[in-house]
Design a protein around this ligand. Sequence first.
Ligand code: NAP
Ligand code: GDP
Length: 319
Amino acid sequence: MKTIMVTGGRGMLGHAVEQVVGEEPRAGSRFEFVDIEEGDLTDKVATRALFERVRPHGVIHLAADVGGLYKNVAQGVEMFENNLLMNMHVMQCCREFGVEKLVSCLSTCVFPEQTLCPHITLPIDETVVHMGPPHPSNEGYAYAKRMVDVQSRYYRRQYGRNFISLAPTNIFGPHDNYSPEHSHVIPALIRKCDEAMRGGTDFVVWGSGKPLRQFVYSPDLARLFLWAFFHYDEADPLILAPGPEQEVSIGQIAQHVANAFGYAKPIVFDTNYSDGQHRRTVTNQKLMSRYPEFRFTPLAEAIKASVAWFQANRTTARL
Ligand code: NAP
Ligand code: GDP
């Protein structure tokens, strides 16, 4: 029986992997979900102790210091250092403990910012990761995550390791982080709309609502991570996202959230807050060429399910 260790196992994506892992027979594999309580991955000694105990054959590495635009702007140092340290220690231990397959997680926000890089055209594909600076708002996180791609290639070249990296767009779903200042946009809007509904106050969206994003629902992404663990073995990263035709504005997302709650008043946009990156459109052509039968959950349906999850779990959700 082979052990596959999932780091960040009690985060949003970790929970989703746990939820969907039983959908297909995974004969000969058992999954072990670990999180910071089992070992702080910024600490090399704790990371080694975790590998020593679990002795994984494969690792799906989801743990990260994660946050939305406003956390990234406020905590560039932590986003850079914590992510660099975690990824460094996990990769080193994977080599040391003979891990056969490591799946690491990038993000499409690590790609070059198009307005700073005239040679980059949208939609972005996997080939341009290092071809220009990322958007300044999430530079620390972006540079740390880019090193995952670099380091994975080195291990593949020098030690023959099957280390791959996957780049999802903005994720949302059950078990998200709903912190008002630190969360990503969809959980933030779910929390704010819930408070507006219950308090009879305005639903306030930060910024103009004009930026564009592609979103992926965490159970969809979890299925893609498991597929990639068993079937994707290439050195180049793989973008995991619905196609560019699924790009939506933050204003549209706020409207989807309002609809799911039945919030009927006008949505307020507070332009005292910055908008961050305007757009980072990516193509999913490579994914569709490798896994053409995969279907993403429609956005409105996924937002409705995420709102329902929050309403049922607001007292225990990460706030
Ligand atoms: P998440 O819900 O915050 O999960 C991350 C998990 O990592 C949390 O359980 C967290 O524990 C844990 N963690 C943080 N610091 C740790 C440490 N020092 N040692 C061990 N564990 C630690 O985030 P997610 O959204 O599921 O993200 C999963 C992956 O997707 C990450 O690699 C992230 O960079 C990537 N990603 C996320 C998005 C997005 O929109 N959310 C977009 C693109 C890529 P605590 O909660 O206790 O800190
Ligand atoms: P990004 O996609 O990496 O920039 O990060 P986010 O998921 O935090 O999305 C940021 C976008 O959502 C920006 O255009 C923000 O102005 C907008 N936004 C609107 N309201 C909120 C909010 O309450 N929290 C967050 N994080 N973003 C918001």
